[in-house]
Design a protein around this ligand. Structure first.
Ligand SMILES: C[S@@+](CC[C@H](N)C(=O)[O-])C[C@H]1O[C@@H](n2cnc3c(N)ncnc32)[C@H](O)[C@@H]1O
Length: 252
């Protein structure tokens, strides 16, 4: 009973903020999704995700398990899912990069497993909270990114790049293509890139992609990535959610 009352759902946070501070009510998630898309897709993604991170980062990172221990535990489980199928190729001395790391839900577990771990995210509010969440993880660094490239990260440096529950929210295919291309740059030879994409529309989504209901990716998009850079396609396989799939690419 007492525990439940402490869980601040976004609606409650908004209402409390409005009543307590007499400010204009912040934009609701529904309004955010139906607002006209700004001219710059990266500004659009950054503004929306920065607001989500400021309102209730844990809720928007994991809408089903956002309470304290459940949230932490979900990071452990999902880190294991993301590493799944790659287990036999992993070593402790690897350098790992997570694209769209949020507040570091999975990074804290990657930091236990791997020697050097980096996360990058578009939202300043997420990056600030990640740095606090991971302050005891000395081998984990979090970077504020431009939302479509890995500018600032060194070339041919990482053994493993991962992205989970991020590209499914990106409303523009070119942004995903730009990430795939720049990941090729930052990986070392034989480096692996495993990422989740949305493959089918979601129930109740609006008529156009937005920064929550991102764009669907199909086989022609993967073929385009393979034509742009000499990736080796390791696998495309269903995730537990039938609207998404895992893609694994390897740099030769
Ligand atoms: C649903 S959360 C997932 C966070 C993390 N991957 C996890 O599973 O704990 C999505 C994250 O992706 C970030 N994000 C959204 N669009 C992005 C983009 N274009 N580039 C980098 N990060 C992005 C958001 O700021 C947010 O932190």
């Amino acid at each position: 009973m007492a525990r439940k009352a402490l869980i601040a759902e976004p609606e409650m946070v908004r209402t409390m903020g409005y009543v307590a501070c007499h400010l204009e009510p912040p934009m609701t998630e529904d309004n955010r999704r139906s607002a006209p898309s700004p001219a710059s897709v990266t500004d659009w993604m950054r503004n929306d995700w920065d607001a989500r991170g400021g309102e209730n980062a844990r809720y928007y990172i994991n809408t089903n398990e956002h309470d304290g221990f459940d949230f932490a535990l979900s990071g452990c489980r999902d880190a294991f899912e993301v590493l799944g199928l790659l287990h036999k190729e992993l070593r402790h001395d690897m350098r790992l990069l997570e694209i769209g790391c949020g507040i570091g839900r999975m990074l804290q577990f990657f930091g236990v497993l791997f020697a050097e771990v980096h996360g990058i995210d578009i939202a300043p509010s997420m990056v600030t909270q990640a740095r606090e969440y991971l302050k005891k993880s000395a081998n984990v660094q979090v970077h504020l990114g431009d939302g479509r490239t890995l500018t600032g990260l060194p070339s041919s440096h990482f053994d493993l790049a991962l992205s989970f529950q991020v590209f499914q929210h990106i409303p523009d295919k070119q942004v995903i293509t730009d990430y795939v291309r720049d990941t090729f740059r930052v990986l070392r030879p034989q480096g692996l890139f495993k990422f989740l994409v949305k493959t089918k529309p979601w129930n109740g989504q609006g008529p156009r992609p937005d920064t929550w209901n991102g764009i669907e990716i199909g086989r022609p998009d993967i073929d385009q990535w393979l034509a742009l850079d000499p990736w080796r396609l390791r696998s495309v396989c269903d995730s537990v959610d039938p609207t998404k799939a895992w893609v694994v690419l390897q740099k030769p």
